[in-house]
Design a protein around this ligand. Sequence first.
Ligand code: ADP
Length: 640
Amino acid sequence: MTTTPETRKFEAEVAQVLHLVTHSLYSHKEIFLRELVSNASDACDKLRFEAIAQPDLLAGAGELHIDVSADREARTVTIRDTGIGMSRDEVVENIGSIASSGTRRFLEAMGSEQKADARLIGQFGVGFYSAFVVADRVTVLTRRADAPAGEGVKWESDGRGEYTLEAVDLPERGTTVILHLKEGEDEFLEPWTLRSLITKYSDHVAFPIRMPKDAGDGDAGADADAGTDGEAGAQAAAPAWETVNDASALWTRPKAEIGDEEYQNFYKALGHDFNDAAAWTHNRVEGSQSFTTLLYLPSQPPFDLMMGGRDERKGLKLYIKRVFIMDAAEELLPNYLRFVRGVVDADDLPLNVSREILQHNRQLERIKGACVKRVLDLIEKLSRDEPEKFAAFLKAFGNTLKEGIVEDAGNRERIAKLLRFSSTKGEGEARDVSLDDYIGRMQDGQDAIWYVTADGHRAAAGSPQLEAFKARGIEVLLMSDRIDEWMLGHLREYAGKPMRHVAKGELPLDEAEKQKLADAAGAAAPLLERIKRLLGDRVEDVRVSARLTDSPSCLAMSEWEMAPHLAKLLRDAGQDVPEQNPTLEINPQHALLRRLQGEADDARATDLAHLLLEQAELAAGAPLPDPAAFLQRVNRLLAG
Ligand code: ADP
């Protein structure tokens, strides 16, 4: 059955992706093969899964496999799988017109790149389009496994805005992708090139990838033509095929037999990453419940994670007895470990599980617990044995890990132990101080872990509240990531020591210091009253500070109050954060306070008092309520 082709337009965003792919992806063009083989392998996985309920889907077309061949005459490369195939609607939806979330993110990420690395493409779930990196025309022939021969679909496009759809007869299920190579891409017609790319990128695809036997000498039957574009000919006339990949499920093999390079190659294919993994852990648990886990820590964040792709959670695959069930990162790992990639293969789960069942499955809960433990063990080991890799890992994923302090109360202390901060005793901005390092060098009699939060390292390091701590030689951790304040709200203590913000609550003072402060407050009482009166309802209270040595003023907060920079952040994000008047602390020794004390002119005193408050607010990252008024005050005083 053949009908006249119907021509359709790509959706605007898909067309944009295609434009970028054909014009901007220059290096590592060969990645198209990995992406198309990966799709073929996914299609075989899907068929095997659906065949659990419907075994006759597997009838015909032989075992699940993927064939790769080249036709020198026709200048085509063909990738054929005997997997699930697609219906007409699915073709339209998956590779035709409907832009996926990956399409959008790809466009955002690539928008500014002139010449990008083709290897990026797989990370966005738009791998199919990589075909257009090397081909100026792509033909897809596909038939769903549960559809009759007459319901085949032919899709074809030159990637320039339109594609055609046509009904065709296809005797066998599955999908054939034919790439009509661009000028200058002839290297991909060489069978040995294709073969070495398969070994390099797809060796651990769990299905046999086959190439025509002895294809090294020529074009091995691929030009014996019949049917559409020579692709069916490759099938019909192909004399013999040989498997060119390893075709075993890597994780099922004993650890001792797997080399580092094999682990790395498997990771790269699994995570669509081109960087090596930082570390991995491969374990088999035998017992009342048996399962295998192979979990990786990437060394670089994928674009997804950087771009806030929190909902797109791919990369942790659930298998049951070697049958791929689904991407199950959400079911198998908590959100704060979403950077982990890998495979979990369970022996004892029912093969017909659904996502709903998985979410309430006790066995799976146990497997999840084991995964979390393995990953935390792995990170801990990295921190002990490979400090450089660990530092790079924290740089990439440290902030994601911090979410675990909030999300995973049971592992809070373990996670906190892994974090590193900059500190007043560390090296500049380097984040190399652990909470254990801090505790190890606490002063005699010091009972709390002190920190300051601010919007940026310099703001943190310049906080006036640090002055008294510096004067006493007490180390303070400098926290400047947006997530820190939120995290610290849940990390109230570590190793039995309270975690305290230098600007919050009362400082622990000895008797002599308390007396000194009380005396200073007594002496400054009229000054405090005057400032309070001048600032009116802009402040909650004004008091003498124990925190300052050099600066004239700072803000102080109660134990449970939100830091001003965070309150601003939340308000900017549209949240309803109650307004609270700040408490102002002053340093009566400072020249500015002395000047205010002696200032007879009330207007000038008002300016001075407001500036004391405003500079404290600025240092704390709070927005100035009236910047213009602030500038007028500064200018009056400067001119004055
Ligand atoms: P991804 O594979 O990451 O989802 P792609 O752009 O590579 O993104 O493919 C888009 C979709 O097209 C796939 O999710 C799948 O549904 C479908 N698809 C692609 N190749 C095949 C194939 N060989 N067999 C069946 N479906 C396929």
